[in-house]
Design a protein around this ligand. Structure first.
Ligand code: SF4
Ligand code: SF4
Length: 408
């Protein structure tokens, strides 16, 4: 279920004025609040399945939504509920949707559509959620899902969502040479008119123990350019909070808090002002590559990737490369903090912060104590200095827009 529901996670399009230039016009919150699922898809990077029963606390979700709504008053708040399979407990899902709808502009759910056994049943299920404030439905389908959910149920869910006037999305993970979404739709008789198609390439983050041969990945030679396409504050069923929900993105460097330990403001400050996040938003994952090469670690990079998220998750899940990224991130934070304070940062840092190609040996060592903006007692203001860039989507091998963070 863990796919991006927010076609434009951070938009600069409707910004105006100096304050708006430094804050997202739209804030996206994702809750992957359970790993419980009726399916066991091989590509599921978060190992969801029938035996996984962890659920994020309902009250904590509500509290987080309220804090987020208060923090981004005047801006658009979009909330996405995913899993696991959230429709396995429609009572809980209904309450969450109702709570979110009171505070957010858009409320969307992701599902594999197992519940859409026929139009009547689907109408009852979706009708109740729409009455509670649901505004969008994203349905996942692919060769990975097919053994667990008949394609006819996907068709029924999307056609029923149309009846209720919901925004509709089809999320379609694909491998090299596999059937594409439009071919699938034609084969199963699914009308995609008005459906936002999010076909994306499966990345190496798969279910534990599952391996795909290299030729199954849709990779292109070289280092992919482009900024982070899918920044979303994502709460997992464990309570951990991450910068995005891309498959493979649930790694330590992208973790920005825990729902039981960090209020929303602290999480948002890390999301907005963390050095890693700043580099990802402005230069993209490729911004770290010169530093990795300068550190003598260029051989750890692959010679082909299927996009910026593949590069990002590959670097950050490799301890040696992640350490270099962390040092670059700390330098960026120092530079940013110096800018806020109107002081000149130490020359060794100023010379290297955010300067691709600078010898990584000159960068400061990363320690918690040295990280400006991360002291929990003095959270930074909600306005961050980084200019928020248009959320860019990469074309998936010339196909439709790629869901930037789509674990299934
Ligand atoms: S990819 Fe989605 S439908 Fe498949 S097991 Fe994971 S959560 Fe369930
Ligand atoms: S994996 Fe992709 S969406 Fe997630 S932080 Fe990295 S670049 Fe951004």
């Amino acid at each position: 279920m863990r796919e991006d529901l927010h076609p434009k996670s951070i938009s600069g399009a409707d910004q105006a004025g100096p304050d708006h230039a430094t804050r997202p016009a739209t804030l996206n919150l994702g809750f992957l609040y359970t790993a419980h699922c009726n399916a066991l898809c091989a590509h599921c990077s978060t190992d969801c399945g029938p035996k996984a029963r962890t659920y994020l606390d309902e009250a904590a979700i509500g509290r987080t939504i309220d804090e987020a709504a208060d923090a981004c008053a005047g801006r658009r708040l979009q909330v996405c509920f995913s899993g696991g399979e959230p429709f396995l407990d429609t009572g809980l899902l209904g309450r969450l949707v109702a709570h979110a709808a009171r505070r957010a502009s858009d409320v969307t759910c992701v599902t594999n559509a197992f519940w859409a056994t026929n139009s009547e049943v689907a109408g009852q299920v979706l009708g109740a959620l729409v009455a509670n404030g649901l505004t969008g439905l994203a349905v996942s389908a692919s060769a990975f899902h097919a053994p667990f959910v008949p394609s006819g149920r996907v068709v029924t869910a999307l056609s029923t969502a149309l009846r209720f006037g919901l925004r509709r999305f089809l999320k379609f993970p694909a491998t090299a040479g596999s059937e594409g979404a439009t071919e699938w739709a034609e084969r199963v008789g699914c009308d995609l008119t008005g459906v936002t198609l999010e076909q994306f390439a499966v990345m190496p983050a798969l279910r534990a123990g599952v391996r795909l041969p290299d030729h199954a990945y849709q990779r292109s030679p070289g280092i992919p350019a482009g900024s982070c396409p899918g920044a979303t504050i994502t709460y997992r069923e464990t309570g951990d909070v991450f910068t995005c929900c891309t498959p493979g993105g649930f790694v330590g460097p992208l973790r920005i808090g825990h729902i039981a330990e960090d209020g929303f403001e602290a999480v948002f400050n890390r999301f907005a002002t963390g050095g890693l996040q700043q580099v990802l938003r402005t230069e993209g994952p490729a911004g770290f590559v010169p530093h990795i090469r300068a550190a003598g670690l260029g051989h750890r990079l692959r010679d082909s990737y299927d996009g910026v998220c593949d590069l990002c998750t590959h670097m950050l899940s490799d301890p040696a490369m992640a350490e270099v990224c962390d040092r670059v991130a700390v330098a960026r934070e120092v530079e940013t903090l110096a800018g806020w304070l109107g002081v000149v940062p130490p020359s060794s840092i100023a010379a290297t912060a955010g300067s691709p190609g600078a010898p990584v040996g000159q960068l400061p060592q990363a320690t918690t104590e040295q990280r400006p903006g991360r002291c929990p007692r003095t959270p930074l203001p909600l306005a961050e200095p980084t200019t928020w860039t248009e959320n860019r989507r990469e074309p998936a091998n010339g196909q439709s827009g790629r869901a930037a963070h789509s674990p299934r």
